[in-house]
Design a protein around this ligand. Structure first.
Ligand SMILES: *Cc1c(COP(=O)(O)O)cnc(C)c1O
Length: 479
């Protein structure tokens, strides 16, 4: 695979399954999943030279974001527009700092990623994605309707990112009475003309099935230009590369190495770190931290990916069995052979398991280690850190801290743990562990007093499609 230099690189995108057309950035953004069922990845990694990294010392997050993102956008967005989209996206973060580092001792730092509007790291990618969608759609003179189902986090981040964007309309389904108070409030208090919260009679699975059924209804899908903002969209991964570069530069890149521990579900966040490494950032290794749903930890300790049933934990955003973004790493582990990826994943779907060759496994092991912590260990970590430092961390971040502390770097390389959610987002678990109930930060402190807006609706496809028909302008020319 050839590399390209910053500035002279217009990245094209190829599918991990090898039989979909190559696309430019704007097409990848709007397409999401490739037509052959694969995920889009850059055909080559733009390179950050030692001089490029040195020039970033002292730069703001937004300045570094522009340098990192520009080659991936590959000329499909003007520089001035891209700068403005980045500025707007991150003006929603407290103090404008998207990813501050906090030292917790013993060579471990937290990278706090929860200062955005919904208090979790998904805001970092989602806020940028909203602006990118709006810009690209307006340039094409079109608009889309986003539909999604959520059991919590992703829904509120998507609503906050899409609100008041003229080219977007968003309908978010959640299971009525089955999301936490904080999660519901974070969705239903987003009030904007293009935002619709649907409280559906039924479970989260029912909501997901309804969304799938809407996408399978070809006529409905075309009429509304249906789209999704799910975690396989390349632009979300791209946005997340930035904070790995930002942290590494603060810790002495290009002259010093750094390691990262990443609490993981879909493998999206940690894959972005891998991308930073491919771009030339001196990253020594990644610790992939799982809760009891430990399919990835088991893969990195055995070379076998084997599905088991999902168990609910106190870190629910990582309660995942199939890590969809792992396909992007698998593509590289299999020598970028799309047909081999397709075969492997077909087998996985049929049998619930696959293994990689010894060479591929050793290549993965050279860079990644897996670790698994159950709820008891997670709570103990929250309690210990609180006793030692007075800090409260959320259960997802605590899985990361437990992993980082149990596999310390012995050569002085700093270890950065990604703190993916604010403790106040999971107040019951944090209080249970530490005896202290975390308060909402001041800027969202009135969340529980804000007016909620949601429509109660039957868990019925016809009812939901009728609602969307009644609340969406039809595409011009559509039936
Ligand atoms: C989504 C999420 C994760 C997992 O991120 P992936 O990209 O799916 O690995 C971890 N923590 C929190 C709080 C999340 O919302």
């Amino acid at each position: 695979m050839a590399a390209c230099d910053l500035g002279v690189c217009d990245v094209r995108y190829i599918s991990t399954r090898g039989s979909a057309p190559d696309l430019a950035f704007d097409e990848v953004l709007l397409t999401g999943l490739a037509r052959d069922g694969g995920l889009y990845v850059p055909a080559e990694w733009p390179q950050l030279s030692a001089d490029d990294l040195r020039a970033m010392a002292g730069q703001t997050y937004n300045e570094i974001a522009f340098t990192v993102i520009k080659p991936f956008v590959g000329g499909t967005i003007e520089d001035a527009d891209l700068k403005q989209i980045i500025e707007r996206a991150y003006s929603t973060f407290e103090n404008g700092d998207v990813a501050p580092l906090v030292d917790i001792g013993d060579g471990v730092m937290l990278m706090e990623q929860f200062h955005g509007p919904t208090l979790a790291f998904k805001d970092v990618a989602m806020q940028l994605l909203g602006g990118l969608f709006d810009h690209v759609l307006k340039a094409r003179g079109t608009s889309i309707t986003i539909v999604g189902a959520t059991s919590g986090d992703t829904g509120s981040a998507a609503l906050e990112a899409c609100k008041n964007k003229d080219a977007l309309r968003i309908f978010m389904l959640h299971p009525k009475g089955r999301v936490s108070d904080v999660q519901r409030k974070q969705m239903t208090t987003v009030v904007a003309d293009n935002v619709y919260n649907l409280a559906v009679e039924g479970t989260f699975d029912d909501c997901q099935d309804l969304v799938k059924a809407m996408f399978n209804d070809q006529q409905f899908r075309d009429r509304h230009n249906l789209s999704a903002v799910n975690s396989i969209n390349w632009a979300r991964v791209m946005a997340q590369i930035v904070y790995y570069v930002y942290a590494a530069v603060q810790l002495g890149a290009p002259d010093k190495q750094v390691s990262f521990t990443v609490p993981t579900g879909n493998f999206g966040n940690v894959f972005a770190g891998y991308a930073a490494k491919q771009m030339g950032v001196p990253i020594k290794r990644f610790v992939v931290a799982s809760n009891s749903n430990d399919i990835l930890a088991r893969f990195f300790s055995s070379g076998e990916m084997k599905m088991e049933t999902v168990v609910p934990t106190i870190s629910p955003s990582m309660d995942i069995q199939i890590s969809s973004n792992f396909e992007r790493l698998l593509f590289d582990l299999l020598g970028r052979d799309g047909a081999a990826v397709a075969d492997t994943l077909t087998k996985f779907r049929e049998t619930g398991a696959f293994s990689v060759s010894e060479d591929a496994y050793q290549a993965a092991r050279a860079l990644f280690a897996g670790a698994r912590y159950d709820d008891t260990e997670t709570k103990q970590t929250i309690k210990d850190l609180h006793n030692q430092t007075g800090m409260l961390i959320d259960p997802h971040s605590a899985v990361g801290v437990a992993a980082a502390r149990s596999t310390p770097e012995t050569d002085g390389t700093p270890m950065v743990v990604l703190a993916t959610a604010h403790p106040a987002k999971f107040p019951d678990a944090v209080e249970d562990a530490s005896g202290v109930r975390p308060g909402l930060p001041p800027r969202v402190g009135d969340l529980f007093d804000r007016e909620e807006k949601a429509v109660d609706i039957a868990g019925d496809l016809a009812a939901i499609e009728t609602y969307i028909n009644d609340h969406s302008p039809l595409k011009s020319g559509a039936a």
